[in-house]
Design a binder for this molecule. Structure first.
Ligand code: 1PZ
Length: 192
């Protein structure tokens, strides 16, 4: 159902989806209640998967990890309405830290999202950062404290396989223009 909603470029879709979530949470906060629909959260989180296609094969494992956690939450959304309800259930059953529990997967997805937030913050703060530097700094801040030594070592090695910052932007634009092409039909591009 989500596969065809590509009328907006991916980065724009991601930004819009999370700004909506943010606005919703702020309005809820003013009413002293925070009930975020799991369904809405999953839709926003799924959009992020497109970024992996810009990173290259070395990050296939990270993609599979991320996508499997989001898929688990999509499955959970058939039973649970809100983020709070899965956490309440897992707290009551002492399963918050159990690998594979919805709460644990939710935390993993949140860490993935936070990693992207940190990465783009690095990008905005200076032009000097290479993608590897920015990604390494973001990873060290956000995810490394919660990953095993084995994973941290593999990620550190994988960082050398990341494209350059310029190449990432090219890859992103290619993704963007492919989406644009679908929108305006191929062959109708303005020839100047
Ligand atoms: C443009 C963005 C560049 C960012 C590059 C940084 C990539 C960091 C890669 C992190 C790899 C993590 C690999 C595996 C982690 C697993 O140990 C855990 C297992 O969880 P458990 O089953 O024990 O509960 N899995 C995760 O933490 C799932 C989420 C990891 C992926 C986050 C990456 C998000 C980056 C998105 C960039 C498009």
């Amino acid at each position: 159902a989500m596969a065809e909603s590509t009328s907006t470029p991916p980065l724009t879709s991601i930004v819009e989806a999370f700004e909506e979530l943010g606005k919703f949470l702020q309005s809820q906060q003013q009413q002293q209640q925070q009930k975020l629909s799991l369904d809405t959260f999953c839709q926003a989180s799924s959009l992020v998967s497109i970024l992996f296609s810009c990173l290259g094969l070395a990050f296939k494992f990270a993609e599979m990890e991320y996508v499997s956690k989001v898929d688990d939450l999509v499955e959970a959304s058939k039973t649970y309405d809100t983020l709070e309800s899965i956490i309440d259930f897992d707290v009551a059953n002492d399963m918050v830290k159990t690998p594979g529990s919805h709460s644990r997967n939710l935390r993993r997805v949140r860490q993935g999202l936070d990693l992207i937030r940190a990465l783009f913050e690095q990008f905005l703060s200076t032009d000097d950062y290479s993608l590897r530097e920015a990604a390494s700094t973001a990873y060290a801040q956000v995810c490394a404290p919660y990953h095993s030594w084995t994973i941290r070592t593999a990620v550190a090695a994988g960082m050398y396989a990341l494209p350059s910052r310029d190449q990432l932007l090219v890859n992103l634009e290619e993704t963007l223009s492919r989406e644009e092409d679908e929108k305006v039909h191929p062959g109708l591009t303005s020839g100047d």
